[in-house]
Design a protein around this ligand. Structure first.
Ligand code: HPA
Length: 275
């Protein structure tokens, strides 16, 4: 993890936007990136322009940074992420989040598309992530620790902080959607899970399965940022329904849930940027 590369990217953002400190950051997951273009008065920066930023390679994931004002605060939106299954190094996967936190973000909202393991979930549901299980054997903190970023052995007890979960639950309630909360199990992918893996994940206590978010949550927590995370359940996890899974199903469900997702973000982001 190169502290100077992260600091350089954060300094570039401050210079390009003219905003010394961004108060919070959002990472938009599969099929959810369009939200970024809805923000008024925003400044858009392609990832290619930011020194050190990894460029997403897969369709539907975008790759745009948006700096958007909310009241007298500033939000950074990262539309598009890179994944471990694409072969990226862990340091690349967390580069965006580390840059955002270095740029001032004390709170980070991570969003993703996920498979639903909990029987109470229906495709199209949004779920507040309350905790995670890392099933990949990967961790962005492996290697020498840079004490300027955070401690060698970070506590993970309250990664998804109670305050932000409460705020999200309040927003879900106001929008009129069920206030599901759940534990997200990180699988490496790019294969979807086998039915046996989904049964294992359920037995271990997972409510959701997916291929992202956890490394970014770890990196943000390492740096002392508060994390909130939302999964959009795009499909029932493998073996729960009898139909095969497909990326098309994932993106189609994400598209159909867009207005609900937009409602939630429109109400939650002002809370995220406020101290
Ligand atoms: N598994 C893993 N990742 C996913 C899924 C799934 O079922 N759906 C969307 N992303």
């Amino acid at each position: 993890m190169n502290y100077h590369e992260i600091a350089a990217a954060a300094a570039f953002l401050a210079a390009r936007t003219g905003i010394e400190r961004h108060d919070a950051a959002v990472v938009l997951g599969s099929g959810l990136g369009e939200y970024a273009s809805s923000m008024p008065d925003s400044i858009t920066i392609p990832y290619e322009d930011v020194p050190g930023f990894p460029i997403p390679r897969i369709a539907g994931h975008g790759g745009t940074l948006v700096s958007a004002p909310i009241g007298d605060k500033s939000l950074l939106i990262l539309a598009g992420r890179v994944h471990a299954y694409e072969g990226w190094d862990m340091s690349d996967i967390v580069f965006g989040v580390r840059t955002a936190v270095t740029a001032g973000a004390r709170r980070v909202l991570l969003t993703n598309a996920a498979g639903g393991v909990n029987d109470a979930y229906t495709p199209g549901d949004l779920v507040i992530i309350s905790d995670h299980i890392n099933l990949t054997g990967l961790n962005p903190l492996v290697g020498p620790n840079d004490d300027r970023l955070g401690p060698r052995f970070p506590d993970m007890t309250s990664t998804y902080t109670a305050g932000l979960r409460w705020d999200l639950a309040t927003v879900f309630n106001d929008v009129g959607i069920p206030t599901h909360e759940g534990t997200y199990a990180w699988f490496l992918g790019p294969t979807y899970e086998t039915p046996a893996e989904v049964r294992m994940a359920r037995t271990l206590g997972a409510d959701l399965v997916g291929m992202s978010t956890v490394p970014e949550a770890i990196a943000a927590a390492h740096m002392g940022a508060e994390v909130a995370a939302i999964s959009l359940v795009t499909n029932l996890a493998a073996g729960i329904a009898s139909t095969p899974l497909s990326h098309e199903e994932v993106t189609a469900t994400a598209a159909s849930a867009r207005s609900k997702f937009t409602d939630v973000l429109n109400r939650f982001l002002p809370l995220l940027v406020t101290d």
